[in-house]
Design a protein around this ligand. Sequence first.
Ligand SMILES: *Cc1c(COP(=O)(O)O)cnc(C)c1O
Length: 455
Amino acid sequence: MHDHPANSWESRAARYSLYGFTDLPSVAERGTVVLTHGEGPYVFDTNGKRYLDSNSGLWNMVAGFDHPNLAEAAKAQYDRFPGYHAFFGRMSDQTVELSETLINVSPFPRGKVFYTNSGSEANDTMVKMLWFLNRAEGRTQARKILTRKNGYHGVTIVSASMTGKPYNEVFGLPLDGFHHLTCPHYWREGQEGESEAAFTQRLGAELEAVIQAEGADTIAGFFAEPVMGAGGVIPPPEGYFQTIQPILKRHGIPLISDEVICGFGRTGETWGATTYGFTPDALISSKNLTAGYFPMGAVLLGPELSDRMQVAIDGIGEFPHGFTASGHPVGCAVALKAIDLILKGGLMDRVRAGAPRMQAGLAEIATHPNIGELRGIGYMWALEAVRDRASRQPFEADLSISERIANTCTDHGLICRPLGQSVVLCPPFILSDAEMDEMFDKLDAALKQVFAGLA
Ligand SMILES: *Cc1c(COP(=O)(O)O)cnc(C)c1O
């Protein structure tokens, strides 16, 4: 147990707050890290200790923690018009501006946008749209949703059902009708002697078989992250989207790209779909959309789904869905500024320029015999720890290897995220070369310390 006094920030946090997605043994031993403010890519705790946050908060604080333009955009909009909804035929001017901007920067020649407060709600909204339009078209049985094991799509009941993680069993999820296909991770899932291309073909064959078994007319959509984020930073195997998209098209199943992490620059392009050379039927955006300065999510429908939604809405008279804060004017003003900074203000250019340096620095660290795989793209990377590199044998689960590494990094003043047997590095786009070197040095020192203790 940690020995923080009863009136400390750490003890007060524990007394009154429930923790989500938190390794409780680590908190019990170390106490909560209570943060007060940030500067660039750094955050500071109540004891004045500074941490380089190599996870951009939760992937989203890509402009750092004190970007003046984002705070100014929020302040100006709060002064002008601090809140409004998007119901009953009304919406703020900022909402109009943002929708137009989003479609202009989307891969779609035209389309429609719908707003939520989070990525989870955006995925739920997309599923409701698919169910709504299928019913309006008389296809009431077309409700099943396909995703992949290890895919992360959120925590609301539908998006948790889409998420392919075993931890949702504690809620009795997934709901019926949510199917999780093989995780497209060649290093872990590829078979003995199977080439990466053959692995991709096998995943394509599995998709075809599932569609045949379930019936194409019972499936409403296939959702995929271009690069799996919370599944452990898993880029698709060679030719993956080029293999699965034609299968989905042939069966009339929409492909929805969950771009909550990849969208707006994380892979070095505006969309992960662009990086991997495919055009989905719809995009889900959140996280970087406001650079983390406002909670917001969005569904972007391409031309075909927009048209089908419009026909369905015209037939029924309305789309009975929306959140009180959908299209919040402050959120929209912040998003407009964030998109401008990322796409025109040079933040995405920094990812492109810095990605080779990031890869090279991590590749050097990954030469350690207890690192089994380095994987990623742009500014999203993971190092996976192994007991034995040749056999890819993981560390024993009770060693909580990634928590040990992340906790040791925290001691060194570096925040990185434990994920399964991996640690994730996804720094803010503003990171300087010197800050990137600091990240490498601290990570390397922490890894060596942890592995030496387990040798
Ligand atoms: C974070 C995330 C979500 C969920 O977003 P919330 O805002 O946490 O609800 C959905 N999809 C992906 C790919 C994510 O990374």
